[in-house]
Design a protein around this ligand. Structure first.
Ligand SMILES: NC(=O)c1ccc[n+]([C@@H]2O[C@H](COP(=O)([O-])OP(=O)(O)OC[C@H]3O[C@@H](n4cnc5c(N)ncnc54)[C@H](OP(=O)(O)O)[C@@H]3O)[C@@H](O)[C@H]2O)c1
Length: 212
């Protein structure tokens, strides 16, 4: 409603549970081969806590949403965009993509997937006019912590960026055709440090301590 009023544009909303296994099929049956210029795979959830103590159904649902649906949507639209001469897909990853995160074990693994997958297919598609970007925000003030049962992890929300700033960074990233973009200077430093550190056990220990 806000978008419609403010920018005088047409907005169609298709309500779907994207964690359900047939969600993408439903979406494709509605949109078909419609030529879409920009796809943003933003929907995602986290699940805070020790892996063995967390609910396996929520874990599977998170994997379906963060990985399976994102992959299916990317597959369909990258194909359509290739056929039509180009387009852009923005997959929302995370700073959690850069290292394992104890107490966010499955979530960080799903985001490592999003980053690795997006970069690999961006390369595969380089001559097709289709750009696949991975946006990596750090802590952002949204509903994420509540849904992930992580409201007790106080430092996650401390210094969190606003969702507006993260969204603007994502739009700039698409305009600049940046394959991967980590939002925020401090987050870029941390992601860089994790990427170049050859001592995985040290990375893991630091990551575990940050979550305490
Ligand atoms: N917040 C952070 O600190 C942070 C940091 C790094 C990356 N991220 C990533 O940023 C993305 C957006 O999360 P957020 O921070 O904005 O959290 P959020 O406020 O909880 O928003 C999550 C979004 O995903 C949608 N969604 C969740 N489950 C869904 C389902 N089963 N089917 C369809 N849509 C579903 C929600 O739709 P409804 O509103 O309709 O429920 C909402 O639009 C996620 O991919 C998250 O992993 C967040």
């Amino acid at each position: 409603m806000i978008l419609k009023k403010k920018y005088n544009i047409k907005v169609d909303i298709i309500p779907l549970d994207l964690s359900s296994i047939d969600a993408t099929k439903k979406l494709i049956s509605i949109l078909g081969d419609t030529n879409i210029n920009i796809v943003i795979n933003n929907a995602g959830i986290g699940d805070y806590g020790k892996f063995v103590e967390n609910d396996i159904d929520k874990i599977v649902s998170m994997i379906n949403l963060n990985i399976t649906t994102l992959t299916q949507i990317t597959h369909h639209f990258a194909k359509v965009m290739s056929k039509n001469g180009g387009g852009k897909i923005l997959n929302v990853a995370s700073t959690a993509s850069f290292q394992p995160v104890p107490t966010f074990a499955v979530y960080s693994a799903t985001k490592a997937y999003v980053l690795s997958f997006s970069e690999a297919i961006n390369y595969e598609l380089k001559d097709s006019g289709v750009q696949v970007c991975a946006l990596c925000p750090g802590p952002t003030a949204t509903n994420f912590d509540k849904v992930a049962n992580a409201t007790d992890v106080a430092h996650l929300s401390k210094g969190a960026m606003s969702s507006q700033d993260v969204a603007k960074a994502g739009i700039r990233q698409l305009q600049n055709n940046d394959m991967t973009y980590v939002v925020g200077f401090k987050n870029r430093l941390l992601a860089f440090a994790s990427s170049i550190n050859p001592f995985r056990k040290l990375t893991l220990t630091i990551s575990a301590n940050i979550m305490k």
